[in-house]
Each structure stands twice: as structure tokens, then as C-alpha cells.
Design a protein around this ligand. Structure first.
Ligand SMILES: C[S@@+](CC[C@H](N)C(=O)[O-])C[C@H]1O[C@@H](n2cnc3c(N)ncnc32)[C@H](O)[C@@H]1O
Length: 493
């Protein structure tokens, strides 16, 4: 009942948020279904007193869900500390959590005390930590703000004092919460997936794996564009950590959406999540789905970062550079490739009577958009509904396009290495892999839209470099594109 009132309040306050403060303070509030799921993850082990932290509490949706759940336990005392920096939200937060005061007093005889801190969580906790006035908590429930921290900011300096090195507010909140927990205390947080890999978050991963055990990770598998109220769920995960916990198997759960449709759960050995031989401590989230998907996950587990290549959207936006575009290649110009230049097998250049352009002038304004001639795998960003495959990948070879430079138009995605070409066999290997039907089917399942964006290609998993090179060596010797042969070959990987 109270939860329904809090949810109503959350929705109305969300609509009134000022868009500047919303992005400045990372104000995306948690819908009640997700908040209740998060609350359900805490293990309540016969404690009599529970001390809770909700840092960046918004209107109190997470605390409310946790208090709702705890009412079912024979507790004597609950203390809740909620931090919220935005003064406009404090009256809502107070009103929502005050309802629990009456609820616990009258209906459950649980002593409930509420400490609302209208302060910056980072500043206040660090100051308290060093003046020995910090509280220690049993449970921390968090949907922290997501925002970059500048390297010379006060936040960064304060966090450094606690030996927390991070580039974003959300890991800082999780790390501080872990510091403030009692040994054996638990954190449940909904946070972006970005900390799982990448060198920027290595120090946070080290901290996290040193301080806590990973008990559970929940993923949302968005199937369409309109997923989640703010469209951000797909990039987020829920993590359950136990401070100084003994690391055992990790529970992985997935649901199709934020209402937990199709909820599935299974356990995996920790070594499949963080491999013991991985100095980067990447956090992998092994899937197990249909046979086809699971074979993709089991066999193809490498990220582009691990393969040391990148994918970008073609940098030449034709309407912005119109003055520099040419129908035909001439001296002082570089070939310009559009999706139309990709044919059934490779690249057809130049195109005669082409409505768009075949070339771009090389000058001070355009040079930064051009790549040196080399081997590149290119993918069409848009395919028509009638086209059988969502992913159409081809290799651009230096011989396909004359000259030292080449332009990729914005409707293409390009695989490159620091804006240079990639090894020939790798370019052919990536193209063959992406052209396989199994990858296309898998891709359609995780990307609801008809576009193939660079972000989607970054999120995909790839075979190892060795396997891609082998595949590429085979693929480059083909004289025509044969779907059945490509599918059969990729299946052998
Ligand atoms: C992502 S929202 C989540 C709100 C709430 N926990 C929920 O799940 O609905 C993060 C909240 O943190 C607050 N916030 C941002 N920076 C903060 C800081 N340094 N200290 C305390 N709160 C902060 C924002 O105003 C916002 O309400």
C-alpha cells in the first residue's frame, strides 16, 4: 500500500524534474518492480537490528521497497540513513519514508529511525570516515548517480584519500558504501555495465573484488527500443555484493524487461565471471539461453577491446561536407564509400551514375575524417526490412580503392585499429563471422531495432583473435559469397 503511494509519487516527481538538474545529478528513479526485486536479494539472517544506507535516495523508492520487505521479519530495530543532494526532492523523500514510521510503530512494533541527510554523500562520508564519526551499515541499497568525475575535482581528491580511484560517480558510491559496511554487510546496486571491462574501471574492479564477493548479477535483455521508462535499463545491471564474503559460485539472472518477464536464474563458477588468468579482471556475464545463443556465448567470448580493435560510425557526414564531395575521383581527392558501394561479395568502386558521391577532396577541413588506405571490415548501418540479413559485412581492401586515403560515409560502420587498417586476415575473419546466420539471429534477439550501430557491434562477443585469423585466411580465398559455406565454417569454430 505505502509502496504504491511511493511509486505514484516517483512517477509524478520524475515528470517534474528539471532537465538540467536531471542530467547534472543523474536523476533516474527506480520503478517499484525493480526496487522490490533489488530488495528481495538481501539475505536476512536472523538479525535483530538492521542499519540501512540509501545513498542518492531520490524520493526513496529503494528504501521503501526494502522497508516493505523487512516488515515481514521479526526485527527489533531498523535505522535508515538516506542521502539526497537535491533539496527539491527532500520533502518528497521525507514524506514517503515518514509513512514507514507510522507503519512500523503501529503495526509491527519495530523501532524505526530515519536520518535524512540533505548533503553530498561523498563529501560527508569521507569527512566522517576521517573524523571517526562514520556510521557502519548492514545493508546498502543504491541507484547511484551516473556522471563523470573530473580528475581535478573535489570529489576525486576526497575519494583518493580513501584510496578509491574512479572516473565516474557510480563506482564511487558503490566503493564508499562498501567501505561503510560492516564485515558481512551487503550492497545491492543498479549500475551501468561499463565497469565490467575497460581500463578506466580496472582500479574499481580491483577494489570491488578485494573487498567483497559477487553474489548475484542480474541483466535486462531488452527486446525492443521502447524498453524502460528512460530507455536506459538495457545498459544497466543489478549487482549483489557481500563485504568480505567468501567467493563461491555467482548467481546470474536475466529478465526480458524491468517487470521481470521471463525471469531465469542459474549459477556459474566464479572463474567464468572473472577468469583467474585475466590481469584486467574483466567481469564477464555468461549467458545461457537457447542452444544457439549459448553456443555463441560459450564459443565467442571476446570483446573488441580484448581483440585490440575498435568500431566506429563512418565519420564523413555528407550533408555537412557537401562542398567537398565529388561525383568522380580526381587528383587531390580520396575515394568515398557509401553502403551502395558494397556488393554481394566486396566493394564496387566507383559507381557510375551514382546519385551520391564517389570522392571527397583532401584538404584541411576533410583530412581528419579520412582513414589511410588499408584493410577494413565495413558494416551497413541500415538494411531494408526486405533484406534477409540484418548484418551485412564486407572487406575494403587497398586495391579496391585507389590512393592513400579513403573516406567512410556515415551510413557505414568501420572496424579499425586506432583509425588505421587492420590485418587482412582479421578483416576477412570479422566479416565472415558477422555474416554468419547464427550471429545474425543472435543479433536480432538483443537488438530490437533495424539499425546496426557501432554500440551494438561493441556489445557483441567475438571469437578469439586466433580463430578470427584462421577464419579470415579461409574467407579471403573464396571467389564468391556463399551463405551456407560461411555458416558451416563458423559452426566449426
Ligand atoms: C539515479 S538517482 C536514483 C534515485 C533513487 N535512489 C532511486 O532509485 O529512485 C540518483 C540520486 O542521487 C542524487 N545525487 C546525485 N549526486 C549526489 C551526491 N553527491 N550526494 C547525494 N545524492 C546525490 C540525485 O539527486 C538523484 O536523486
Amino acid at each position: 500500500m505505502i509502496l504504491a503511494q511511493v511509486e505514484k509519487n516517483r512517477k509524478s516527481v520524475s515528470l517534474q524534474l528539471n532537465s538540467e538538474t536531471k542530467s547534472e545529478l543523474g536523476q533516474f528513479f527506480t520503478p517499484s518492480a525493480i526496487a522490490s526485486f533489488m530488495a528481495s536479494l538481501f539475505n536476512v539472517n536472523g538479525e535483530k537490528k538492521i542499519n540501512i544506507l540509501d545513498a542518492g535516495a531520490g524520493v526513496g523508492s529503494l528504501s521503501a521497497a526494502l522497508l516493505d520487505r523487512l516488515a515481514a521479519y521479526p526485527l527489533e530495530k531498523i535505522d535508515l540513513t538516506a542521502y539526497e543532494l537535491d533539496k527539491h526532492l527532500l520533502p518528497h523523500l521525507k514524506a514517503n519514508l515518514d509513512r514507514y514510521q507510522r507503519f512500523f510503530d503501529e503495526d509491527f512494533q519495530i523501532a524505526f529511525s530515519l536520518d535524512l541527510e540533505g548533503k553530498d554523500f561523498i563529501v560527508d562520508s569521507v569527512l566522517r570516515y576521517f573524523s571517526n564519526t562514520a556510521k557502519s551499515f548492514d545493508f546498502a541499497i543504491l541507484n547511484p548517480p551516473y556522471k563523470k568525475i573530473n580528475s581535478d575535482s573535489a570529489h576525486r581528491r576526497l575519494l583518493r584519500k580513501m584510496r578509491i580511484e574512479t572516473v565516474n560517480l557510480y563506482p564511487a558510491f558503490v566503493a564508499l558504501a562498501l567501505k561503510l559496511l560492516k564485515s558481512g554487510g551487503q550492497v545491492v546496486a543498479i549500475i551501468p555495465r561499463s565497469f565490467c571491462n575497460g581500463s578506466y574501471y580496472k582500479s574499481f574492479r580491483q577494489f570491488l573484488l578485494r573487498e567483497a564477493s559477487i553474489e548475484q548479477i542480474h541483466l535486462f535483455e531488452a527486446r525492443d527500443k521502447a524498453f524502460g521508462e528512460d530507455g536506459v535499463l538495457q545498459e544497466n545491471l543489478i549487482i549483489h555484493l557481500s563485504k568480505h564474503g567468501k567467493q563461491g559460485d555467482v548467481t546470474i539472472s536475466t529478465s526480458l524487461d524491468g517487470n521481470f518477464t521471463g525471469l531465469k536464474e542459474w549459477n556459474v563458477p566464479f572463474n567464468e565471471v572473472v577468469r583467474s588468468d585475466d590481469p584486467e579482471l574483466f567481469i564477464h556475464i555468461p549467458h545461457h539461453e537457447s542452444d544457439e545463443e549459448s553456443s555463441i556465448y560459450e564459443n565467442f567470448r571476446f570483446t573488441l577491446e580484448e581483440l585490440d580493435i575498435q568500431v566506429s560510425t563512418g565519420p564523413v557526414v555528407d550533408f555537412r561536407l557537401k562542398a567537398h564531395l565529388l561525383k568522380n575521383l580526381e587528383s587531390g581527392a580520396a575515394p568515398l564509400l557509401y553502403p551502395a558501394h558494397l556488393d554481394d561479395f566486396g566493394v564496387k568502386f566507383p559507381l557510375e551514375n551514382f546519385k551520391k558521391f564517389n570522392a571527397i577532396r583532401e584538404n584541411a577541413e576533410t583530412l581528419k575524417y579520412l582513414y589511410p588506405s588499408g584493410f577494413y571490415t565495413v558494416i551497413k548501418r541500415f538494411t531494408s526490412k526486405e533484406e534477409k540479413k540484418r548484418i551485412v559485412a564486407r572487406v575494403v581492401r587497398p586495391d579496391d580503392v585507389p590512393g592513400k586515403l579513403v573516406g567512410f560515409e556515415n551510413h557505414l560502420n568501420v572496424f579499425h585499429h586506432d583509425k588505421l587498417g587492420i590485418p587482412e586476415d582479421l578483416a576477412f575473419g570479422i566479416a565472415a563471422y558477422l555474416n554468419a546466420s547464427v550471429v545474425d539471429t543472435y543479433f536480432r534477439q538483443f537488438s530490437g531495432h533495424t539499425q546496426v550501430n557501432a554500440t551494438d557491434l561493441r556489445r557483441l562477443k567475438y571469437p578469439s583473435k586466433k580463430k578470427l585469423l584462421e577464419l579470415g585466411q579461409w574467407a579471403k580465398s573464396l571467389n564468391s559469397f556463399d551463405q551456407k559455406m560461411v555458416d558451416a565454417k563458423v559452426e566449426t569454430l
